[in-house]
Design a binder for this molecule. Structure first.
Ligand code: HEC
Ligand code: HEC
Ligand code: HEC
Ligand code: HEC
Ligand code: HEC
Length: 246
């Protein structure tokens, strides 16, 4: 009963409202701004197939986010790593840990394919490398609706840190949805990007703060640094409806 309507109908109401807003202007914008659910997904924390710990790997071991999420500054999507990435260490470290069994199954292949058919997952396993077994069924946490255009590389390459949209992942043993990622959330930054812009080399350093002088507050130091970056790079995030709804 779930698929009575074809998938494309999902986006119709938004397209209509976006179109109407060119006529209705501020009224529609006002309504949608306040109607957007703000906190519905905050806190969402599904149980993952492997107890992977960001606080340990990214925090204590100090692995850079891009070691695993290598697409984050080159493409619109940040990838979740395939088993190969984990096995570069876990072939040797904790090689027999029962916690890592799904990773080993994916890497070496599982001997449970009794009918001899190749499974759909058998070729590409997330990172474009050939892997013998099924991909690890990580549960997706962050997801913008289909009618929203979002691009990681554009943000990361302008000096917007992961922490702005995902919180202190490097302190999370289990990842949860930390920020609303609602329309008003996006717009708050698009209106005042100087509150968030930082030097490119600090985007994956989630603990970074703009250096501040004697007596200057963190916030003020950030705004000074941010305004300078905004001016130097001509940063101008879209505010128009069609900027994010294409
Ligand atoms: C050693 C590999 C590795 C490193 C390093 C790593 N991650 Fe991850 N990340 C994963 C894996 C595996 C998942 C999927 C399982 C999970 O959610 O914990 C994931 C999930 C995520 C998610 C949730 C994805 C979704 O489904 O919405 C975010 C956000 C994220 N990582 C951000 C970061 C940030 C920020 C850093 C750097 C501070 C980082 N990761 C470092 C492996 C890594
Ligand atoms: C740079 C090396 C490195 C990479 C890459 C790496 N890990 Fe680890 N991992 C470690 C170390 C070191 C430990 C801690 C071992 C110990 O406690 O003795 C560990 C521990 C673990 C544990 C706990 C195992 C146990 O039995 O206590 C899990 C689960 C785990 N890692 C999952 C992953 C996953 C999933 C990935 C890929 C997304 C990954 N790791 C990538 C180095 C790595
Ligand atoms: C401006 C906000 C923003 C920033 C900055 C940001 N993300 Fe995301 N992230 C999102 C949104 C929104 C989604 C959901 C994307 C979707 O549904 O297409 C997401 C999803 C993800 C996912 C799940 C896979 C995917 O692409 O859907 C991972 C992993 C991730 N982010 C990691 C990172 C890392 C690592 C960084 C920093 C290097 C980062 N993000 C910076 C907003 C952001
Ligand atoms: C913390 C600040 C911040 C947040 C939060 C943020 N953005 Fe942005 N966004 C920017 C900056 C900075 C740019 C780059 C503007 C430029 O290049 O001049 C940008 C650019 C964009 C662009 C333009 C891409 C292009 O092709 O030119 C889109 C679309 C966009 N953001 C969508 C979103 C959406 C959707 C969200 C919420 C899920 C979001 N942004 C959240 C700061 C932010
Ligand atoms: C910076 C990016 C951005 C801009 C600019 C933007 N939107 Fe959105 N919009 C979003 C995001 C992200 C969502 C999804 C919110 C969510 O998932 O809760 C959304 C959701 C919506 C929705 C669905 C609301 C709901 O409650 O489900 C409508 C309608 C909408 N936008 C209309 C507009 C109109 C009209 C404009 C111009 C005034 C506009 N948007 C400009 C990012 C943007």
């Amino acid at each position: 009963m779930r698929n009575i309507f074809p998938r494309w109908t999902n986006t119709i109401p938004v397209k209509i409202i976006v179109a109407l807003s060119f006529i209705g202007g501020a009224v529609t914008a006002g309504i949608t701004y306040y109607a957007t659910p703000k906190y519905t997904r905050v806190g969402y924390q599904p149980t993952q197939p492997v107890e992977y710990n960001h606080e340990f790997h990214a925090g204590q071991l100090g692995l850079d986010c891009r070691y695993c999420h290598s697409g984050v500054d080159t493409s619109s999507h940040a990838n979740v790593p395939g088993a190969n990435t984990c096995m570069s260490c876990h072939k040797n470290v904790k090689a027999n840990s029962p916690l890592l069994e799904p990773i080993r199954n994916s890497y070496y292949g599982e001997d449970t394919n009794k009918d001899g058919q190749l499974s759909e997952d058998e070729d590409l396993n997330g990172d474009g490398l050939l892997s013998a077994g099924p991909s690890v069924p990580w549960v997706r946490i962050h997801k913008t609706p289909d009618y929203v255009y979002f691009n990681h590389a554009i943000h990361v390459n302008r000096g917007i840190s992961c922490v702005e949209c995902h919180g202190r992942i490097d302190q999370m043993e289990v990842v949860h949805h930390a920020e609303p990622l609602s329309m008003s959330f996006c717009l708050e930054c698009h209106r005042n990007p100087e509150k968030s812009l930082r030097p490119m080399e600090e985007v994956t350093n989630l603990a970074w703060h703009a250096p501040h002088q004697e007596g200057e507050s963190h916030d003020l130091a950030q705004i000074h640094a941010g305004l300078q970056i905004k001016e130097n790079w001509g940063v101008n995030p879209p505010l128009s409806c069609t900027g994010c709804h294409r």
